[in-house]
Write a protein that binds this ligand. Structure first.
Ligand code: G3P
Ligand code: MG
Length: 241
């Protein structure tokens, strides 16, 4: 295991404690002391909004497809405990350079607005080691790489990693993000030999946190950041380091 322990990435903020992908969830993750947070991003009615599903029912009091609604309607919805669906801008203002942010691209047409958003954030102090863009859609990562040579990229892999390391190297990616059910030590060693980080989702149970650390992964996405943080030994720095 990394001597400093696993990087703690708050999944959808700290969704074990607050409604997922809301400002209250991101505030909770920061309060617990995460090094990074992750949020899911759609491009809706000309805005980048932070929500996981392409439909509204599970996480809000609305119904139907997210993309069928205008911004004002979406903002009138309750996303849990009175929270609204936040914009990506609001999430960045809330995090306020106090943690790294993983923007996970969901849905269509996110690449250009996200590339423009990141370019604007650089002007306000967001260094490249504080932002990471990931997607299960590796074509979108290629497109964003074409627009931005410096942004950190993470390949999300739904199944076994197979040749993911080669794809990540070709893309100039920083990391590979694997499901807990698909990690193995051999792949992690190989990824590290390619200078890639391996982050694992979603790791909540103490025995899984121990196992993932023992296998040599670099970090975990977790709904319960405090459970990961208590295994760290002096990891102080925030962001993707
Ligand atoms: O980015 C890690 C994890 O969030 C990917 O899966 O479905 O939770 O967005 P999902
Ligand atoms: Mg996600």
């Amino acid at each position: 295991m990394d001597r400093a322990g696993l990087l703690c990435i708050g999944h959808r903020g700290a969704m074990g404690h607050a409604p997922e992908n809301t400002l209250s969830s991101f505030r909770k993750a920061l309060e617990l002391g995460v090094q990074c947070v992750e949020g899911d991003v759609y491009y809706v009615d000309g805005r980048l909004m932070v929500i996981h599903d392409d439909r509204l029912e599970r996480t809000t009091n609305g119904s139907g497809y997210l993309l069928d609604h205008d911004f004002d309607t979406l903002r009138s919805l309750n996303a849990g405990e009175g929270e609204r669906i936040p914009t990506l801008q609001e999430v960045f203002e809330t995090v306020d350079l106090k943690a790294g942010v993983n923007i996970e691209l969901k849905g269509a047409n996110t690449v250009r607005p996200v590339a423009e958003f990141i370019a604007a954030r650089r002007e306000s102090g967001w260094r490249d080691d504080l932002i990471l863009v990931s997607s299960f859609n590796h074509g979108e990562l290629e497109t964003i790489r074409g627009m931005d040579q410096h942004v950190k990229l993470g390949l999300l892999i739904a199944g076994p990693p197979a040749d993911a390391a080669a794809s990540a190297v070709a893309l100039g990616a920083y990391s590979i993000h694997l499901s807990l059910k698909n990690i193995d030590r051999e792949f992690i060693v190989h990824a590290h030999s390619c200078h890639l980080k391996v982050f694992v989702f979603t790791v909540n149970e103490p025995e899984d946190i121990q196992r993932v650390g023992a296998l040599g992964a670099d970090g975990v996405f977790t709904n319960y950041p405090e459970r990961v943080l208590q295994h760290q030994k002096g990891r102080g720095s925030i962001g993707w380091v």
